[in-house]
Write a protein that binds this ligand. Structure first.
Ligand code: M6R
Length: 618
C-alpha cells in the first residue's frame, strides 16, 4: 500500500527521500514521486509511473533543497500514471501533499472547489482523490488562514482515513504531517538537527531509533530541531519521542535471494521468540505475563470469534480448531471484511480475537470498530506491530515477536500468529478448568517442539524445488486438506496465487467430489496435505478419487510413509507431528512450493504485482 517519507534538515533531502522510498518498496506500489523545496522556496516535484528506478532515471538533476516529502502510490482512484503519482500540488503550485488512505468524499469536494479552478482558468491535474487536499489548503490560505489552520481545516473536511504530509513554498524549512483515522501509521524520526518522516519504521531505522507515532487527529509541524503537535482544541505540545529496538540489520536480506525465503527460514526463531516466557513448565503456565485478560474475564467467556484477512484469516481458522479442542469452548472464525457488515449476535461474553500481522489492515480494524460500537465485547489482537492501530483499539494484545517482515507474502508472521493462538487456547482452557496441570504441561511441551518441526519442514526446500521444476508450467492447482490441514490447503493456494500468479484453489478434501473434481485431468495437478492423523484414511480416499481422474498428485505426508508415497506421483516427507501440531510441520513446505513455483516463473517474489504488504484501503 502507499508509503510516505519526509525529511527536513541540513542534508539534501532528495537522496534521503529516495532511499527511504526504497525501504518502503516492500509495501507494493505502482508509481512514486518526491517534492523538494530549498531555502528560497524553489520547489521541484518529480514523479513517475513504475518502479523507483524509473523515477531515479527521470531525475536528471537532483535538487539540493533540505526539505521534502516522497510517496510510493498504490492506485485506488485513477490508473497508475505519471500524473496520478504523488506528490500532488494545489493549482497555485504552492501547496504540495502526499496521502495514504482514501478521501471518500472527494467527488463532493471536487465539485465545491471546481468554481475556484474555473475562475482561475485551471483544471485538475490528476484523477486522484488526493488532489483535493492541496487545493483545499491553498484555498484557505488565500482566504487569509495561517498554513497550520488551513491544514487542520482541510483534514476536518475529509471523510475517510488519511495520513498526509505537506510542504508549502512559503515555509521552506518545515514539513507537516497529519493523521486522521487509521490509514496506516505515520512516524516522525528524531535526528540530530534533522527530522525524518515515514509511514513505516523501516524507512527511518537507518537514521534514527528515536520516534514519535502520530495519533489519530494529530497535526505535526516538523522543523529540523523541533516537533510541535496539535491535537483537537488542546494547546500545542512537543511530543516525547520513544526508542524503538528494531535492528536495521534484521531488515536486510542477508544471503537469501528473496526476503520471502529469508523469512521462511526465520520461522523457527520467530516461533521460539514468540513463545519465550509464555509457555512455561514446572509449574505449567501459558501467557502468564504481559497478558491483559484476567482469568475471571476468561472464565466469563462463552464463545470465541477469531477474525482476520488473507493469511491471518487462515491462522484464525486454525486457531478456531485449537480453541475448540484445547479450551473446550465454542469458537468460530470469520473474514473481517464480511463480518463488519453483518449484524451477528454477539454479546459481552463473546471474546473477539483479531489476527493481523500489521495491525493496520482496514477491514480488520473496521470489524474491531464494529464490535466495539455495537456490542462492546472484549477484544484481543494478535499482531507483530506493537503500537499499531489494532493494539490501540483492542482491550488486550499478544505481540508476536517475528521481527520485521519485508516480503509482501506473510510467512513468519503466520507461524507467529499460530503460536499466539495456541497459547491463547491453552490459557483459556486452563483458566476455565478444561485443562488440568498435566494436560496443560502436555500441550505446552508439544508447542515447544514446534520450532524443530518448522526447521525440519524447511529442510524440504530442495525437494520442493524439484517438484516446482516439474510443475512450473501448470496453470492450475487444487490443494486438498482435511480437518486442521484444510486452512493450510487454503493458505497454500493463497501463496500460489499471490507470488506465483498461478490459479490455485484450497479445498476441504471431502468437498472435492461435490464439484471441483469435474476440473481434474492429466494437466491439473493436485497437492494433498496428508499427514498421519484421524482423517488420514479419508484423505487417501480423496487421493484415490483424484488418481482415478489421472490428475498428478503431490502428497505432503509423514517422513517414511511408504504407503502414501506409493500411492502418489510425488511425495514430500515432513516430520510426524501430534495431530494438532501439523500446521507447524506442513507450513514451510506449503510456502516453499509456492516460492519455488514463482522462482521457476522468474517473478518478483517480494513485491508481487497488485499487492501491498499492509492493506489500508477498502
Ligand atoms: O496485516 P494483516 O495480517 O492484517 O494482513 C492481512 C492480509 O492482507 C495478508 O495476510 C495478505 O493476505 C498477505 N499478502 C498474505 O501473504
Amino acid at each position: 500500500m502507499c508509503g510516505i517519507v519526509g525529511y527536513v534538515g541540513h542534508q539534501a533531502a532528495g537522496p534521503i527521500l529516495i532511499e527511504g522510498l526504497q525501504r518502503l518498496e516492500y509495501r507494493g506500489y505502482d508509481s512514486s514521486g518526491i517534492a523538494v523545496i530549498d531555502r528560497d522556496g524553489v520547489l521541484d516535484v518529480m514523479k513517475r509511473e513504475g518502479k523507483l528506478r524509473d523515477l531515479q532515471a527521470a531525475i536528471t538533476r537532483m535538487p539540493n533543497g533540505g526539505t521534502g516529502i516522497g510517496h510510493t502510490r498504490w492506485a485506488t482512484h485513477g490508473q497508475p500514471s505519471d500524473r496520478n503519482a504523488h506528490p500532488h500540488a494545489s493549482s497555485s503550485g504552492d501547496v504540495i501533499v502526499v496521502q495514504n488512505g482514501i478521501v471518500e468524499n472527494y467527488r463532493e469536494l471536487r465539485a465545491e472547489l471546481q468554481e475556484r479552478l474555473d475562475a482561475e482558468g485551471r483544471t485538475w491535474q490528476s484523477e486522484t482523490d488526493t488532489e483535493v487536499i492541496p487545493e483545499l489548503i491553498s484555498r484557505e490560505i488565500s482566504a487569509g488562514k495561517p498554513l497550520e489552520d488551513a491544514i487542520a481545516y482541510a483534514i476536518g473536511r475529509l471523510r475517510g482515513a488519511n495520513a498526509i504530509a505537506v510542504v508549502h513554498r512559503g515555509s521552506p524549512d518545515r514539513m507537516y504531517a497529519a493523521r486522521k483515522g487509521s490509514a496506516g501509521g505515520i512516524v516522525i524520526g528524531y535526528g540530530d538537527g534533522e527530522m525524518f518522516l515515514a509511514s513505516d519504521l523501516p524507512a527511518l531505522l537507518p537514521h534514527t531509533t528515536s520516534v514519535y507515532h502520530l495519533e489519530d487527529g494529530d497535526i505535526a509541524a516538523i522543523d529540523a530541531d523541533l516537533v510541535q503537535v496539535r491535537r483537537g482544541g488542546s494547546p500545542t505540545f512537543q511530543p516525547t519521542p520513544t526508542q524503538v529496538d528494531l535492528d536495521p540489520v534484521a531488515i536486510a536480506r542477508g544471503p537469501y535471494r528473496h526476503f520471502m525465503l529469508k523469512e521462511i527460514h526465520e520461522q523457527p526463531r520467530a516461533l521460539s521468540d514468540t513463545i519465550r516466557g509464555r509457555a512455561r513448565l514446572d509449574p505449567a503456565s501459558a501467557l502468564a505475563d504481559d497478558f491483559d485478560l484476567a482469568d475471571d474475564t476468561l472464565r466469563g467467556i462463552e464463545r470465541v470469534l477469531v477474525i482476520g484477512m488473507g493469511t491471518s484469516l487462515h491462522a484464525a481458522m486454525i486457531g478456531r480448531w485449537w480453541i475448540e479442542q484445547i479450551a473446550g469452548i465454542p469458537a468460530d472464525f470469520e473474514n473481517a471484511s464480511e463480518f463488519r457488515f453483518r449484524a451477528p449476535l454477539l454479546g459481552p461474553s463473546t471474546l473477539v480475537v483479531a489476527v493481523t500481522q500489521s495491525g493496520e489492515t482496514i477491514d480488520t480494524l473496521g470489524a474491531m470498530n464494529h464490535v466495539r460500537e455495537r456490542w462492546g465485547a472484549p477484544q484481543l489482537v494478535i499482531t507483530n506491530v506493537d503500537g499499531s492501530e489494532a493494539t490501540r483499539q483492542a482491550d488486550a494484545s499478544i505481540i508476536i515477536r517475528c521481527g520485521p517482515e519485508v516480503g509482501v507474502a506473510s510467512t513468519k508472521t503466520f507461524v507467529g500468529s499460530l503460536a499466539a493462538l495456541y497459547l491463547l487456547a491453552c490459557r483459556i482452557g486452563h483458566a476455565r478448568g478444561q485443562l488440568n496441570e498435566q494436560e496443560l504441561t502436555d500441550r505446552l511441551e508439544q508447542l515447544l517442539t514446534a520450532p524443530s518441526l518448522l526447521e525440519r519442514g524447511i529442510r524440504q526446500a530442495e525437494r520442493c524445488a524439484e517438484i516446482a521444476q516439474v510443475f512450473g508450467g501448470a496453470s492450475n492447482f487444487l490443494v486438498l486438506g482435511r480437518g486442521i490441514e484444510y486452512p493450510l490447503a487454503m493458505e497454500a493456494a493463497l501463496k500460489c496465487k499471490e507470488i506465483s500468479y498461478v490459479h490455485a484453489e484450497g479445498y476441504a478434501a471431502g468437498e472435492m467430489k461435490h464439484g471441483p473434481i469435474a476440473l481434474l485431468d492429466q494437466g491439473f495437478p493436485v497437492i494433498a496435505l496428508a499427514p498421519r492423523g484421524p482423517l488420514f484414511d479419508k484423505m487417501t480416499s480423496a487421493i484415490q478419487q483424484v488418481r482415478a481422474r489421472r490428475a498428478p498428485v503431490i502428497a505432503v505426508g509423514d517422513e517414511g510413509d511408504q504407503e502414501l508415497a506409493g500411492l502418489v506421483d510425488h511425495f514430500i516427507g515432513v516430520p510426524p507431528a501430534p495431530p494438532l501440531l501439523t500446521p507447524f510441520s506442513l507450513t514451510p513446505v506449503v510456502q516453499l512450493l509456492a516460492y519455488q513455483l514463482a522462482l521457476t516463473r522468474g517473478l518478483d517474489i517480494d513485491q508481487p504485482r497488485n499487492l501491498a504488504k499492509t492493506v489500508t484501503v477498502e
